[in-house]
Design a protein around this ligand. Structure first.
Ligand code: FES
Length: 206
């Protein structure tokens, strides 16, 4: 390959990665991370990710990246929230009591700090495939007629409701993971930081 070819490929790569940097906060790490030493890169990739949630319309979902994992932010409508109390009998762990790794704000019916905003690591708890969002009720998205909305993992058929709670009789053993996160303001969240956890620690020290 000639030097000109190498230069042109390099230019294309830089153009692409620079472009990615403006797509979303989560992806902004990529161009910087490539030029860092391995330890700095690991730190940057593990760094908290700030997200403006004001543009996520009711019923819509946005994907960010945190620690190399997809993180979903779903703005649930009142109709979506109404489905949650109807799900208990179909779920393994409706109150998220089994998995003690969950943050305290995930151990309620909505599994969220604000009822409408669900923040989830978008990976199936069976073998880490990424489930598909099947947010609409009924069979319009290929689910069964009594489907109330949620997520379906195409790898081995696990199902989760609109709070990421796992259905009975599927391979996934636990609810989807709610990552640590905190609100910086009404419209901004920080993924990767658990303000409540910190305050518990500082209480213990006091
Ligand atoms: S990885 Fe999702 S069901 Fe197996």
């Amino acid at each position: 390959m000639s030097n000109e070819d190498v230069d042109s490929r390099r230019r294309r790569f830089l153009t692409i990665t620079t472009g990615l940097g403006v797509v979303g906060t989560g992806f902004a790490v990529a161009p910087f991370a490539l030029s860092m030493a391995p330890s700095e890169r690991a730190k940057a990739i593990g760094a908290p990710v700030e997200v403006d949630i004001s543009k996520i319309k009711p019923g819509a979902m946005r994907t960010e990246e945190w620690r190399g994992k997809p993180v979903w932010i779903l703005n649930r409508t009142p109709d979506m929230l109404k489905t949650l109390p109807q799900m208990d009998k179909r779920l393994v762990d409706p109150k998220s009591e089994v998995d003690t790794q969950q943050p305290a704000y995930a151990t309620n019916e909505t599994r969220s700090i604000k009822p409408e905003i669900l923040v989830l690591v978008g990976l199936c708890t069976h073998l880490n495939c990424s489930p598909l969002a099947k947010l609409k009720r009924g069979g319009s998205e290929g689910m069964e007629g009594d489907w109330l909305g949620g997520f379906f993992c195409p790898c081995h058929g696990s199902k989760f409701d609109l709070a990421g709670r796992v259905f009975k009789n599927v391979p996934a053993p636990t609810n989807m993971v709610v990552p640590p996160h905190t609100y910086l303001s009404d419209s901004r969240i920080l993924i990767g930081v658990d303000k409540n956890k910190k305050s518990k620690k500082s209480k213990a020290k006091a």
